[in-house]
Design a protein around this ligand. Structure first.
Ligand code: NAG
Ligand code: NAG
Ligand code: NAG
Ligand code: NAG
Ligand code: NAG
Ligand code: NAG
Ligand code: NAG
Ligand code: NAG
Ligand code: NAG
Ligand code: NAG
Length: 839
């Protein structure tokens, strides 16, 4: 008996040790593929960077879709540059001061090397299989045999160029490395300068460039040094001609719009060893750039720099553990690559902001908050709350010094606002989830109130337009009369909906800060969305077939009469309408009235009632997805995947998540359905696969089964581990319906949890089945919070609303937010008292 017991203990111990080993040896970085999104408009930056790093080194191609620098679409490499953004639309961003290398200039003649960016492309062809990309490093071999590897520290990039061996009968290798004064979008302005020291080979320079989706300009400086071979000579080039006799150049923009090629080069006597090029950049000065370089990479040790970068990424990714058992490896790659991309942008430019002096952190490349507020920043609030704290402090400090919270910000400039003042959502999300450490919430609150109360003279790039009408009428009118501030007077519907939600977010912060009058006021205006709801509006396809749904948002004039916009305009299927920031744009931004018809994140209950009850709400949501009116490649679609929860059908959210993943998100260069938009798409994948989707700005995560048997997330500040475990996990994803759940061992029927799940490290156990449960998450008391009261759910499992949505009449300006508020207040109180973890 004793022996047996001992044996049993022993084997348990062995199993334990093996399990520990497996646990320890699990490396999330093995599942990161930075090349996902490197073609087909994903526009990701697939190169070397630290988390939020300013230095971002990659090979740049001449693709028409090179916003992130590198692409895998058959385009050629034109250079190796060290600053980038990731996933953005707009013009290509950054990509300044590219390096390029040749093994020889034919006949030893400098002028027979091609210097201008356009001319270099013919030497920049490569095959896809030569590319290697891992967190922290990137490498590529050009068809001419030159291999370029790169890695980075925070401000400094280290490139290693290995040259092909040259046959004995050929001329001896005399490698040339040039560095030019361009950026990806050829935005350089006048009088860029460069100089090269012929003795040391150090190249330094400065130039002014334009931001890619905003106003103003920025000046960037650089400092480059080389190691690995003796210097033969060095000089500058202007246009296509170069000379080793000249060592300084100041170059005009151009004569006819295209920036004149210009830069410097260094030639070396040998190609026997790799030649290392170290470049740091700075927004402050050349001297600062050189200091970064010398401090961060003193000894040009490529292996050490690359290992340090890898270690930092591993540390950032390590809080998130999923069970690798049973599932296809591509699921893990999809998940971890998505998480990885959320930490590439925004960028930490602390200490690098020449615009104002401050002890606060400075983050840049919020590109744009309209994209980031939905799931990227909420994901980081779980995985890297200290980073979000820094970002929020930076946003508030930007308000202090520029007068406004940004909506979009890149390269030290104001970017264009797409809809509402969505920094309000970002701040509220951080506030209700308890981020406190070092954040001055009084200033944060003043900043969001300014968005709601003060109209900027130029609301292209901050705040909101049309505030007089907003206050007088309770909506943004189409063809508004606005003489106080100026901006593109389109998007009246989407702006109304976003402003309403922004106000709700402000009301939550007001509640937390005990500003009771403000709380009531902004709760009131958060109901303004109802004022654009036209009950009798129908929607037909362009062939005349009725969609079968009635009641849509519509534009409305100053005199309160209705305008008209086809509810399908600007949908995924509309190839003709102008739907972005053009002044001929429509009343909805980058999305249809159909889709914006669900954008009432704070009051799904009232919306469901307006749409005729839960079952007609669900029919409408199904129609939105099944008819491809919505497209998951743009951010407004994200929340619609999970809004079934609010109609008491969380199982349908799970089903919809599997409808999109992996079909629309695969682990291939062309695997993203649209621009990643920083890591917005990545965060959608990560949250969906994790099984908890946020309703951003609220202390709410909607529960669906994870795509893995189990998920653990260790909170980096509290150290507690939140666990989701499934019972009956099915890797074929047929059993995707929660039958029952427990939270910390207690029966749990609600279809959502709050942020304390993560900070306190709770355990959710989900029992899964192949049929949708008729009970779990379906009763009114189980539904996620909503301002209005849920109606028409009855005692039955799913709704009692009429199929064809004639709901509550509203939409003539009489609705003004007189809805039930208690649920939200309760939630906020729980967040307030439930252990604030900020430091
Ligand atoms: C390289 O990959 C891209 C993206 O997958 C593809 O478009 C291109 O055709 C590939 N080129 C070759 C030569 O396979
Ligand atoms: C560029 O330099 C030229 C020559 O010194 C000068 O005339 C011009 O004003 C400068 N332009 C700018 C934008 O500084
Ligand atoms: C989660 O944590 C628990 C408890 O530490 C552990 O038993 C389990 O293996 C972990 N699961 C994963 C997926 O890492
Ligand atoms: C941002 O950079 C500053 C200065 O280097 C550093 O103190 C801070 O920790 C960084 N923040 C994050 C989130 O990495
Ligand atoms: C708000 O009031 C409550 C109750 O009086 C108090 O506990 C809390 O500290 C106050 N919060 C703030 C931010 O003043
Ligand atoms: C009209 O177009 C819609 C959407 O494409 C389609 O579902 C419907 O069948 C079409 N109706 C006719 C009569 O072609
Ligand atoms: C309201 O204004 C619109 C746009 O100017 C106009 O077409 C409409 O006739 C006006 N309605 C009334 C009742 O005046
Ligand atoms: C978009 O709206 C315009 C103007 O109402 C209309 O002519 C056009 O057919 C609409 N396009 C689609 C695809 O609905
Ligand atoms: C506005 O709606 C209210 C309530 O539905 C109704 O009593 C009122 O007559 C409506 N007013 C107009 C002008 O349609
Ligand atoms: C709007 O709400 C206020 C109180 O919040 C109420 O006094 C007023 O009558 C309401 N207006 C309408 C048109 O319902």
């Amino acid at each position: 008996m004793a022996r047996l017991l001992l044996a049993a203990c022993w084997s348990a111990l062995v199993v334990n040790i093996l399990a520990e080993d497996a646990y320890e040896s699990f490396d999330p970085l093995a599942y990161v593929d930075p090349l996902i999104g490197a073609s087909n408009g994903g526009n990701v930056f697939p190169g070397a960077s630290l988390p939020y790093g300013m230095a971002k080194a990659v090979a740049d191609t001449n693709s028409g879709s090179n916003q992130g620098g590198f692409t895998l679409d058959g385009a050629s490499v034109t250079g190796f540059s060290m600053m980038h953004d990731s996933g953005t639309g707009g013009s290509p961003s950054l990509g300044n001061f590219a390096l390029f290398a040749y093994t020889n200039c034919p006949g030893g003649e400098i002028n027979r090397c091609a210097f201008p960016k356009k001319a270099r492309a013919k030497s920049g062809r490569f095959t896809n299989t030569s590319v290697s990309a891992k967190p922290g490093t990137f490498g590529i071999t050009l068809d001419n045999g030159i291999r370029a590897e790169m890695t980075t520290t925070h401000h400094t990039s280290l490139f290693s160029f290995t040259f092909p061996s040259v046959d004995a009968d050929q001329e001896p290798a005399q490698p040339l490395i040039l560095q030019d004064l361009t950026d990806l979008s050829d935005s350089r302005q006048d009088n860029a300068t460069v100089r090269v020291d012929p003795d040391t080979g150090r190249i330094t320079g400065s130039a002014r460039f334009l931001p890619s989706f905003g106003t103003g300009s920025y000046v960037l400086h650089f400092c480059t040094d080389f190691r690995g071979a003796e210097i033969a000579d060095a000089g500058i080039f202007a246009d296509s001609r170069a000379s080793a006799e000249v060592h300084r150049l100041t170059v005009s923009r151009s004569i006819n719009g295209y920036p004149l090629p210009g830069g410097a080069f260094v030639r070396f006597n040998s190609a026997a060893e790799p030649i290392l090029a170290r470049t740091a950049t700075s927004f402050i000065s050349v001297e600062r750039a050189c200091e970064h370089a010398e401090r961060e990479i003193p000894d040009f040790d490529f292996a050490a720099v690359s290992e340090a970068a890898t270690d930092l990424w591993r540390e950032k990714m390590s809080p998130i553990r999923v069970s690798p058992d049973k599932v296809d490896g591509s699921m893990l790659t999809n998940f971890y690559s998505g998480i990885y991309r959320t930490m590439v942008n925004p960028q930490n430019y602390t200490g690098e902001n020449p615009l104002w002096a401050s002890d606060e952190p400075y983050f840049d490349s919020f590109y744009c908050l309209w994209d980031l507020f939905r799931s990227q920043l909420p994901l980081l609030t779980i995985t890297d709350p200290n980073a979000v704290t820094d970002m929020v402090r930076s946003l508030i400090d930007t308000y202090r010094h520029t007068g406004w919270l940004p909506d979009c910000r890149m390269t030290l400039n104001k970017g264009y606002t797409q809809g509402g003042s969505n920094a309000d959502v970002v701040l509220a999300d951080a506030y209700v989830k308890g981020l406190r450490g070092g954040i001055n919430w009084d200033d944060g609150y003043a900043a969001v109130v300014k968005d709601a109360e003060v109209e900027p003279f130029d609301w292209c790039c901050e705040g909101r337009g049309g505030l007089d009408s907003w206050k007088a009428l309770g909506y943004i009118p189409v063809q508004d009369f606005d003489f106080k501030g100026f901006g593109t007077m389109t998007r009246s519907i989407s702006r109304t909906l976003e402003y309403a939600y922004n106000d709700f977010c402000i009301s939550q912060m007001a509640a937390g800060l005990n500003k009771t009058t403000d709380k009531e006021k902004y709760l009131g205006s958060s109901g303004n969305w109802e004022n654009l709801f036209k009950e009798e509006q129908a929607s037909e396809w362009w062939n005349g077939t009725d969609t079968g749904f009635t009641g849509f948002f519509q534009p409305r004039y100053l005199n309160k009469t209705w305008g008209y916009q086809d509810p399908l305009n600007c949908s995924n299927l509309d190839a003709t309408s102008v739907c972005s920031l053009q002044n001929t744009g429509r009343e909805t931004f980058e999305s249809s009235i159909w889709e914006y018809g669900f954008f009432v994140p704070h009051d799904q209950a009232s919306l469901i009632t307006l749409y005729g009850g839960p079952s007609s709400f669900i029919s409408r949501l199904d129609y939105l997805h099944d008819s491809a009116i919505t497209y998951i490649g743009n951010e407004p679609a994200f929340l619609t995947v999970f809004q079934y929860h609010y109609a008491g059908r969380p199982g349908l959210s799970a089903k919809r998540a599997h409808f999109y993943i992996p079909h629309f998100f695969s682990v291939a260069p062309d695997g993203l359905p649209g621009n990643d938009d920083s890591g917005a798409m990545g965060s959608f994948v990560a949250f969906s696969m994790m099984g908890l989707f946020p309703n951003p700005g609220q202390n709410v995560y909607l529960i669906t089964p994870p795509f893995f048997e189990a998920v653990n997330i260790t909170h980096p500040v509290t150290g507690r581990t939140a666990r989701i475990r499934t019972v009956g996990f099915d890797a074929g994803y047929e059993a995707i319906y929660v039958q029952s759940a427990t939270l910390d061992g207690e029966v749990y029927t609600k279809s959502w949890v709050d942020h304390s799940f993560f900070t306190e490290g709770r355990e959710l156990v989900l029992t899964l089945g192949k049929e949708e449960s008729s009970t779990w998450g379906r009763k009114v008391e189980d539904l996620p919070p909503s301002l209005g009261e849920y109606q028409g759910f009855g005692g039955r499992s799913s709704g009692g609303g009429s199929e064809r949505g004639r709901g509550r009449a509203s939409g003539n300006g009489s609705g003004n937010g007189t809805l039930k508020r208690t649920v939200m207040e309760g939630l906020l109180h729980r967040a307030e008292s439930g252990g604030l973890f900020g430091l």
